[in-house]
Ligand binder design. Sequence first.
Ligand code: VGL
Ligand code: ZN
Length: 211
Amino acid sequence: MNLKNSALLVIDMQYDFMEKGSLAVANANQLIPIINYLLSLNWGLIVASQDWHPSNHVSFASNHKNKNSFEKIELKDGTMQVLWPDHCVQNSYGAKIHDEILISKIQNIIKKGENPTVDSYSAFFDNNHQIKTELDALLKKQRITALYITGLAADYCVKFTAIDGVQLGYKTHIVLDATQFIDNAIEPKYIAELEQQGIVFVNSQSLLQKR
Ligand code: VGL
Ligand code: ZN
């Protein structure tokens, strides 16, 4: 099997999600060498996503009176929103993809979360499924049929990108050793839940053998 019809997706490897970032994900920096290894393989397409919020973004606890980070609120449209510390503000240092990621291998970068009133975990759609990014069209243009998803965070942007990937008809994989959770406690349930939806879990070692 080769990776010609497969795309590597590198989700949100930005400073704010790394060590010392405003929304730091534990052990995120350990992903860098693993993702760089994967970036060296012969993919049909390599795409990164970048969380890219305006400072008045609805997901920031700082934009709500008397609310703390990690609390949940109900938005006007009835959807639940987790409130986050300010993160990945457009053009800030924290929004930059980590310098040690082999950025020259990445052919396209999809920005998401730019609308102040709705969050966007998936790299395909905003959380309301109203606005579609260019990712699906990009993959179709390159005749990509399979996705291998890496990056941050397993329980948010990786998860919702994978669910949309399956829904859009891609054979969708999450590279489990190339992602980290905001909430580690959910991992066993998470794998069962996503496998049930058709998502396949692999590790980077099994891909390196396909070189
Ligand atoms: C993410 C929370 C808020 C992610 C983005 O990249 O998983 N999580 N914004
Ligand atoms: Zn965000």
